[in-house]
Design a protein around this ligand. Structure first.
Ligand code: GDP
Ligand code: MG
Length: 202
């Protein structure tokens, strides 16, 4: 089995994150955990790239539609449609508009439990409910109530892969293999070596 420290995840700083001047803040939060940046680029995505990204998992349309319908019910509201695919089509339209509105930064972060820990630091999808101390919870006040009323995607600053399987599909969607750099950072010894050697003179 691959060592856990080799796990990789895709992070995208969405256009609002760049406009809010949060690039440094966002990178700092993943970097200080001990994750290693192995690829990074600034770009304006195309609508095709955004649609391709969200539909890499063939179940995403159905699952997101069902989750959204449940979200409406939990809030005591009637969903705009009973058809999960119709709901997702609307969400996808909003996401395409959101993510092509300006430059984004796509990054790959590597380290132990990278997928799970990036999600933890990033916070829940809806910023209004995201925990204090997470990036979404700390920096953005958006909510589904407001984004649905205004018929747009919820502005949550960041995308982070939802699972290792998702990361494995998303990374090649955004990066060519030669855009990744394999290298060491010295703190990896402290984080991952079996024995803490080399600190004291022997
Ligand atoms: P993420 O991985 O935390 O971004 O969340 P998902 O992969 O579940 O959803 C992707 C995107 O779909 C989110 O960033 C939202 O824009 C949208 N979305 C997901 N769930 C809902 C929902 O319940 N209501 C609305 N309006 N949009 C949603
Ligand atoms: Mg997701």
């Amino acid at each position: 089995m691959e060592h856990p420290s080799q796990e990789r995840t895709l992070v995208i700083i969405k256009p609002d994150g760049i406009q809010r001047a949060l690039i440094g803040e966002i990178i700092r939060r993943y970097e200080r955990l001990g994750l290693k940046l192995v690829a990074l680029k600034l770009m304006v995505p195309t609508e095709e790239q955004v649609e391709g990204h969200y539909t890499l998992d063939p179940n995403w349309r159905r699952v997101t539609g069902e989750k959204t319908i449940k979200g409406y019910r939990d809030r005591g509201l009637t969903p705009p449609s009973e058809d999960p695919l119709e709901i997702t089509a609307k969400i996808l339209k909003g996401l395409k508009k959101y993510l092509t509105a300006g430059p984004v930064i796509a990054m790959i972060w590597q380290g132990a439990h990278a997928v799970e820990l990036v999600r933890k630091i990033t916070g829940g999808t809806e910023p209004r409910g995201a925990a204090v101390g997470t990036i979404r919870g700390d920096f953005v006040p958006d909510s589904y109530v407001m984004s649905d009323q205004d018929d747009r995607a919820v502005r949550n600053l960041i995308h982070g892969s939802g699972s290792v399987e998702e990361a494995e599909m998303e990374i090649p969607h955004w990066f060519k293999p030669e855009e990744l750099t394999d290298y060491k950072v010295t703190h990896e010894d402290i984080l991952y070596s079996k024995e803490l050697k080399g600190i004291l003179d022997e």
